[in-house]
Each structure stands twice: as C-alpha cells, then as structure tokens.
Design a protein around this ligand. Structure first.
Ligand code: AAL
Length: 386
C-alpha cells in the first residue's frame, strides 16, 4: 500500500514537472497545445483541462525544483536554541558584494513557545523571532558570508518594534535604502502573532539606519482580512511605484489561513494604499515574488490550498497557478537583479537564501540560513544572474 501511495505522489510531481499544472487564463504567456477530448473522462481528467489547462512542457519556465547548500561564515554549531538567524531579505548586489539582512535572536534561553507567551519576560523569548534584532551580512560569491553586525536595533518602549524587530526586506528608491520590518509591541503568542510594519532608511546599505518610528503599513480595521497582523513586507518597484506585498493571517486560530496582500505607494514612507482586491494570493507563508516577463511571479509554499505552487500575474494583482512543485525554500529571499529597476520584462531568479527551522531535542527551536538554487530565469546562462 505504502509503495503505491509513494508512486502516486511521484507521478503527481512528474505531471507538474511536465507543465500540466500550468495555468493558462488571464493572459498567461503560454499556448495550450491540447484540445479537451470529446469522450467520457474521469473527474481528474476534467480538472486537468478545466482548472489546469495543459501547456507545452518544454516552455514552462515557471517550473523548478530547488537545491540547497550550507553557507560558510555563519556559525551552525549553536544547537541549544539561544541563537537564531531567520527570515532573510532579498539579496542586494552593491559595489561588488551581495548583502542580506535577517532576523537575529541571541537570548540567554531558547524560546519557551508561543503558547507560554504569558511567561515571556524581557529576557525570555516566546517565539523564535521574539526579542530579536535585524542584522546583516555580506558575501562576494553568495556561498561564504561575513556577518557585519546589527542594522536595526529595538527602539525604546512604546515605539513600534520595542519588543522585537524582525522579518525585514530591502527597497532601493532614488538612491536611498529602506528596510521594512515587523515591529512587535508584545511577545508573539499573547493573542496571536500580531504586529504592523515599520521602516528605517539609510544612504548606504552599510547604514547607519534612521528609524521612521511610525507604523508605515497598519493592520486592517476590525473585521478586515488583515486585522491582526501585517507580516513579511516585500517591496518591488513596478510601474514607477512601490509594490509592497505582505502576508496576513486571515482569521484566528484554529481557522487561520495565510494569504498575501498588496499595498502600493509613491513614497517609501507612505502612504501605502492597500489594493481593493486584497488578498491577491490565497496561500503561502513568507512572501517571495519577482518580476518575470511582463508580470510578477510568486513562490507560494507551506500554507493554504495552493501551497507548493509557483504563480504568475500579468498585472501583479490577479495571480494564476503556473506550476506545482515540491521542497520549496522557506522564507525564500531570492537575488532579484531587477527588483528596483522598474523593469518592463523581468528576468527571474536563480538563487537566494532561505531558512531551515531546527527543533532541538528539548523542544527548543532555532533557525539557520541556507542557500537555494533554482531555474526560474529566462537568462540562465547570463553571468549577471549568478
Ligand atoms: C515567519 C514570518 C513572520 C512571522 C514569524 C516571523 O517566518 O511569517 O516573521 O511573524 O514567522
């Protein structure tokens, strides 16, 4: 029995790999080569034609599997849960070096768990990302990294982020650098994982960073889908504007569904206008997108009915499933060479950083950064993509 199930799983992944899972509505840029046959068919075969129109497999540029490599330069040896590095930003290339920003926690004890949040103190973290700061590292080759130090520290209470600053992402806009991040004002787990988004800016990726000290993307109003949290801010430049994607937890435990929204601004400090069609992606966890051809592609993993898919949208708002895949990177932070160039024809991505979550023997968890490689680019042989 077990071997049959395994075979079915392998067959399903194989089907996705051949492009059968390629969405083809709403302007998806591939042709449908196969006509729906005029005969009785199983429900599954109807679905192939009605929900996932078949595409020419060799042209499904939005299918990839993912390979992982350990990084050099980060200490992986601290398995007691007191040190954690997670939720990396997109990779930025600047004057011969790659930059990454990430959540770093170094606490005297490992997290006690979100369920025990009431016992958290200003020394005892509830979650892996509680009591954290934003650090950064640089690399010449993307494999060997040098941790440079802290970029964003926690401000004084009651300023946004006083409890923890985490899960950052970078924007380059008119010669300045902006880090957006989650600003916690209570230990995660008190009610949920509630927080809004804050921002700091600098004239150089090496800082110093000036905090804006205000909420720049607020939680939604009562009853709105993003009422409780704005997570994983992820800015791109499109149509001369800042398209900032984010995750929220639609609903409350145990009926929470992770979805992705979009907020657009013409100034990095706001105002950000949430898109009227939000949420624009109904699955996924950490938000990872990149310009691809005329549109935007998204890595949608882990949560929701459309997890483990790569999706495509011509307008950055209306997404279709382009492929189904497996072993996707957690908190993918790709190197996106045209993230901020206002491109009209995105080049895709070939590598980035991600995190692995490690559960220690006594339940203590911490995370480590790793590298992933994939084939989601139109210019795989272009040295600039590497
Ligand atoms: C993640 C992200 C956000 C959450 C927590 C830390 O990986 O989705 O950042 O708040 O987990």
């Amino acid at each position: 029995m077990k071997s049959k199930i395994t075979l079915i799983a392998i067959a399903a992944v194989g089907l996705a790999a051949t492009g059968f899972a390629n969405g083809n509505q709403g302007g998806f840029p591939y042709e449908m080569p196969l006509e729906k046959p005029d005969r009785e068919m199983s429900t599954a075969m109807h679905r192939i034609y009605d929900s996932y129109p078949a595409a020419q497999p060799e042209h499904n540029e939005l299918f990839s599997q993912f390979k992982y490599t350990e990084l050099k330069g980060f200490d992986y040896s601290n398995g007691d849960g007191t040190v954690s590095r997670r939720d990396p930003s997109k990779i930025l290339y600047h004057e011969g070096k790659y930059y990454v920003w990430y959540t770093k926690r170094h606490t005297v004890v490992p997290p006690i768990g979100m369920r025990n949040a009431r016992k958290a103190t200003d020394k005892i973290p509830s979650a892996d990302w509680d009591l954290s700061e934003i650090w950064y590292a640089t690399s010449e080759d993307g494999f060997e990294w040098e941790e440079q130090g802290v970029a964003i520290t926690r401000p004084e209470k009651p300023i946004v982020g006083w409890r923890s600053v985490t899960t950052t992402d970078i924007l380059v806009w008119e010669g300045k650098y902006y880090l957006y991040y989650q600003g916690f004002m209570e230990a995660s787990g008190m009610r949920g994982d509630d927080c809004p988004v804050a921002v700091s800016w600098a004239d150089s990726p090496d800082g110093p960073w000036t905090p804006y000290n205000k909420i720049v993307i607020p939680n939604g109003g009562e009853g709105e889908w993003d009422q409780y949290s704005i997570h994983d801010p992820y800015p791109l430049v499109r149509d001369g504007k800042i398209y900032l994607y984010y995750k929220s937890d639609f609903g409350r435990n145990p009926h929470k569904v992770r979805m992705q929204g979009l907020a657009i601004a013409e100034n990095p400090l706001g105002p950000f206008k949430k898109h009227p069609l939000n949420p624009v992606i109904t699955s996924g966890h950490e938000t990872s997108l990149f310009p691809f051809k005329e549109g935007i592609a998204a890595l949608v993993y882990k949560d929701g009915p459309e997890h483990n898919t790569i999706q495509y949208s011509e307008d950055g708002v209306n997404f279709e499933i382009a492929s189904i895949t497996e072993l996707m990177p957690y908190a993918a932070a790709p190197y996106v060479p045209d993230a901020f160039t206002n491109t009209k024809y995105g080049r895709g991505v070939t590598w980035g950083l991600a995190h692995f979550i490690h559960q220690g023997g006594k339940g203590q968890s911490h995370s480590i950064l790793v590298r992933f490689d994939c084939d989601l680019s139109l210019d795989l042989d272009d040295p600039e993509m590497k």
